[in-house]
Design a protein around this ligand. Structure first.
Ligand code: ACO
Length: 170
């Protein structure tokens, strides 16, 4: 599928979920379509979103008004790293299967990075993935050692199959 020609013409917006609580349900459905988990657990996670971390950011299809029928097409969660107040951990990045390969993942991550580096003045984004490292490499992320969210680099985490990547502010 090619890139939608309207991607650059305000067909989509990237917003924080807590601005539009009416989108919670659609967002839970999107995340659970990739990683099924209890509805309430997902909801609690979204309800924790705020301007400072943690924050859930979503791509929505622009419509005249945002309501419970608005499509939520992509999601990313920005979590604090307790051991490093200048860093953020990005997780649960997912694009609606029907819209993959059309630039929405890149759009979301670009806005996530602006929010982290420009609005929150953070210095480093960390994330881990099992098999999507190619996507993040394309976006300029670099391989790094596993981080222990609560301490220093941790050999224990290196034993898992996760691949760790980072991007630092320019
Ligand atoms: N390997 C290499 N390149 C890739 C990959 C990949 N797996 N996925 C996308 N790309 C490239 C695209 O070709 C494109 O390149 P271009 O700019 O040269 O055209 C660029 O990356 C941007 O691609 P998008 O179309 O924006 O990516 P998409 O919208 O499909 O989103 C995503 C990518 C989020 C990985 C999506 O496939 C998805 O939701 N996958 C399932 C859930 C998942 O595994 N999420 C990642 C979990 S890790 C985490 O949460 C930190």
């Amino acid at each position: 599928m090619g890139k939608p020609s309207d991607l650059s013409s305000s067909a989509f917006s990237v917003v924080t979920i807590h601005q539009y609580r009416v989108l919670y349900e659609k967002c839970v459905q999107l995340i659970n379509s990739e990683w099924p988990r209890s509805y309430n657990a997902r909801l609690r996670s979204l309800e924790a979103s705020r301007d400072t971390l943690p924050t859930s950011m979503v791509v929505i299809k622009n419509t005249d008004s945002i309501n419970e029928t608005t499509s939520v097409l992509a999601h990313a969660r920005l979590s604090p790293v307790p051991s490093d107040s200048s860093a953020v951990f990005i997780e649960s990045v997912v694009v609606d299967r029907r819209f993959r390969g059309q630039g929405l993942g890149k759009l979301l991550m670009t806005e996530v990075e602006k929010h982290c580096f420009s609005a929150l003045h953070l210095k480093t984004i960390f994330l881990s993935t099992i098999d999507q490292d190619g996507f993040y490499i394309k976006l300029g992320y670099q391989f790094c050692k596993a981080i222990n969210m609560f301490g220093t680099h941790c050999a224990l985490n290196n034993s898992t199959k996760k691949i760790w990547l980072r991007k630092s502010v320019m």
